[in-house]
Design a protein around this ligand. Sequence first.
Ligand code: ZN
Ligand code: ZN
Length: 140
Amino acid sequence: MAEGYRNTTQRTLILAEVQAAERHLTAGEIFERVRRRDPKIAYGTVYRSLHLLAERGLIQELTFADQASRFDKRVDRHDHVHCTACGLLLDVDVPVALIARHVAEEQSGFAVESHHTLFAGTCPACRVRGAARDGRRGES
Ligand SMILES: [Zn+2]
Ligand SMILES: [Zn+2]
């Protein structure tokens, strides 16, 4: 069926963009990139496909309380640092997180299946900008 084929092709394209990305993109950013290859693709298609790909474990969706989800090509367990000033999101591997998981299981009796630690703060570039802004309001 032609329609089904198109869906699969679009999904492959979307997955390829996430995997080629140098950082964790939002659905909107992924849409912009996919659109360069398939100008007729709709935002809703990209959005739904991303959730489907995450559901199937091909990519990881990272959700934040008050910001757009980011999509991660890494599906192995890892943690993130998040800059609250510019939104930069980077991977970090924190071995102590595994101990935290054990403690969480012991305290709650849960069988913990996944865990993720988000370290929020200010990235080096924003720290420099913040220091430079003392006195005048600078733009990047
Ligand atoms: Zn920053
Ligand atoms: Zn990541």
